[in-house]
Design a protein around this ligand. Structure first.
Ligand code: NAD
Length: 271
């Protein structure tokens, strides 16, 4: 269960509208980010993967006084066309887009990357976790005539090897590269594109990774702050990137992981 925190309220996102993609339940990173954006005055359209998730997502959305919910399966062009058409019809334009979506099969998220990555598994992981971001950046930018801010979620497995993360690490490396290229393409239109590299957090996605719990434990024990990555920190960073506070930041991958990413060797035992 994601912890709740005293959400800093204010007007940083007042008058801004945007899309959050990837709320599955109350533990989703996209949900933590949404609560923080709403507390700063943002108006949010939520996309969710399919009818099965609607039951879980609707009460959350209503709890923050919003109601715009649109199904969108990122592997299905017709579904994406319909979702973005609906947002365009309702709002005409948007100011921000949050992509918090990834998927790889359970069989791929364990053991040997070399042995367990099938062509189909690779294709699916790259399609859902990487291509969808490029697609969303293009579709989102079309609704940002006055500029805007787009972000996605990544993990240290893009830069270093992490047990079981396997093909998802390969996908996250491609996602981070896509962030830089999208930032380059869209920068001249005043659209900033960035990524947050979060430490391991207890969500549905983490549960799909063999040894996910231990990833959290190691992330905490090795971290500089000796604590779990907090939703508060990730959501605060998202607010920073999506609001005017993040002005001049583009093509960046910001680590929000209690400093875990800078550790080469963990604390040594007393000799
Ligand atoms: P989550 O399971 O709550 O969110 C993943 C979302 O992806 C779900 O809402 C799911 O519906 C969506 N999704 C999957 N396939 C889809 C499809 N075909 N169409 C539309 N949506 C689809 O888990 P989370 O941990 O909140 O993950 C969000 C993002 O954060 C992911 O990119 C994940 O890789 C990243 N991330 C997670 C952690 C962690 O430890 N949990 C750490 C760093 C980065």
């Amino acid at each position: 269960m994601a912890e709740d925190w005293n959400l800093p309220t204010g007007d940083l996102m007042k008058g801004k509208r945007g899309i959050v993609m990837g709320v599955a339940n109350q533990n989703s990173i996209a949900w933590g980010i949404s609560k923080q954006l709403a507390a700063q005055g943002a108006e949010i359209a939520f996309t969710y993967q399919g009818e099965a998730l609607e039951r879980r997502v609707r009460p959350l959305v209503e709890s923050i006084g919003m109601d715009l919910m649109i199904p969108a399966d990122v592997t299905d062009d017709a579904s994406m066309d319909a979702a973005f058409a609906e947002i365009k019809a309702k709002w005409g334009k948007i100011d921000f887009l949050v992509h918090s979506i990834a998927f790889a099969g359970k069989d791929e998220l364990q053991g040997s990357m070399v042995a367990n990555t099938t062509r189909e598994g690779f294709r699916r992981a790259m399609d859902i976790s990487v291509y969808s971001f490029i697609d969303c950046a293009r579709r989102g930018a079309e609704l940002m005539p006055d500029g805007g801010s787009i972000m996605c979620m990544t993990y240290l497995g893009a830069e270093r090897t992490v047990p079981s993360y396997n093909v998802m690490g390969v996908a996250k490396a491609a996602l981070e590269a896509s962030t830089r290229y999208a930032a380059r393409d869209l920068g001249p239109q005043g659209i900033r594109v960035n990524a947050i590299s979060a430490g391991a957090m207890r969500t549905l996605s983490l549960a799909g990774i063999r040894g996910g719990k231990s990833l959290m434990g190691t992330g905490r024990d090795w971290s500089l702050l000796k604590e779990d990555t907090s939703m508060e920190g990730v959501a605060g960073c998202a607010l920073y990137l999506l609001s005017p506070l993040g002005r001049s930041i583009a093509g960046e991958v910001i680590h929000v992981d209690a400093g875990f990413h800078v550790v080469g060797v963990p604390d040594l035992p007393e000799e």
